[in-house]
Design a binder for this molecule. Structure first.
Ligand SMILES: *Cc1c(COP(=O)(O)O)cnc(C)c1O
Length: 301
């Protein structure tokens, strides 16, 4: 993979009466297939895989996982075989209908479906040695891709001029992205994470990778991971209409929904300059629309 380019900070022209300035860092457009933070998280992992002459990457994820999509495209582009262990045996039946899984398949990923109870064992040594017996040699990339090398990649999201912002916001899943931002931000800046998952251990995970304490996490919106409601759909669609910036329903949409509410409620001091990281994830929009078709809710634009 090429060294990721620095992405642009796009000004969001929010009402001046709100007395803060808001920019979005368009990490979603650094690559056409490997979006946003997943590019950063895979970059040094791929380098390591190549240096150690691995021929296969194995990883884990759910049915609509941005990480699964990214690993499959990364392997495809760099001539590595990829294996995806997917949570939920029932999903195999939907492989061709599910936009994420069918994309991964097209990228050449070998998809293996396991039960939700087996999936819980994915961190255990016996489980992993079972996978080695089954699939042979591979480099393991954890679910969501968070490890030391991923954090290192995410330390390159901010560019030198970004030290002029008072506040840096990002969505949080497994914590690797915010850890990288915390490590590369200046001590006078505040880093705010918007959790997309209900995970009580998230704070501890982040603390494993960082030493600074100028950060905080806000809990998940809309009832947790993968959940969506009409307010969020309307917000994402309005945001796209008003500012021409697409947001994904699981991470960046929820972050901006929460952040805009905080801005409107006057939670930031007058004059605060805010940089929100668009971590990508737009491949998830079609999967969400596929799910929304089975409900009364409107589609995402
Ligand atoms: C994976 C993902 C995240 C979460 O990143 P972590 O490093 O796991 O916290 C945030 N936004 C998008 C779009 C993602 O795909």
């Amino acid at each position: 993979m090429n060294t990721p380019k620095l992405s642009i900070n796009q000004k969001v022209p929010i009402d001046t009466s709100l007395s803060v300035s808001l920019f979005i860092k368009r990490e979603d457009i650094i690559d056409t297939l490997i979006s946003g933070n997943k590019y950063r998280k895979l970059f040094y992992n791929l380098k390591e895989a190549q240096e150690q002459n691995h021929s296969t990457l194995l990883t884990f994820g759910g049915a609509f996982s941005n990480h699964i999509a990214a690993v499959s495209a990364c392997g495809n582009r760099n001539g590595l075989k990829t294996i995806g262990i997917i949570r939920g045996q029932e999903l195999k039946a939907f492989e061709t209908d599910n936009p994420t899984l069918s994309f991964a398949k097209r990228m050449g990923m070998d998809l293996h479906y396991i039960s939700r109870s087996s999936y819980k064992l994915k961190g255990k040594a016996e489980f992993i040695s079972g996978l080695r017996d089954q699939f042979g040699e591979f480099m393991l990339i954890p679910e969501g891709g968070t490890n030391e090398l991923a954090v290192k990649g995410c330390e390159e999201i901010l560019s030198p001029n970004d030290h002029l912002f008072d506040v840096i916001c990002c969505p949080v899943g497994t914590g690797g992205t915010i850890a990288g931002l915390i490590n590369s931000a200046k001590i006078h800046q505040q880093i705010i994470g918007y959790s997309a998952v209900k995970d009580r251990e998230l704070n501890q995970v982040i603390c494993k990778f960082v030493t600074a304490d100028n950060w905080k996490l806000f809990p998940a919106e809309c009832g947790g991971y993968g959940k969506i409601d009409r307010h969020l759909i309307d917000f994402i669609n309005d945001f796209k209409r008003n500012y021409n910036i697409p947001l994904d329903p699981l991470y960046t949409g929820k972050m901006m929904y929460h952040l805009m509410r905080q801005i409107k409620d006057g939670e930031f001091p007058k004059g605060t300059s805010i940089l929100a990281i668009h971590t990508g994830g737009l491949q998830g929009v079609s999967g969400m629309n596929w799910r929304l078709k089975q409900t009364e809710l409107p589609q995402l634009l």
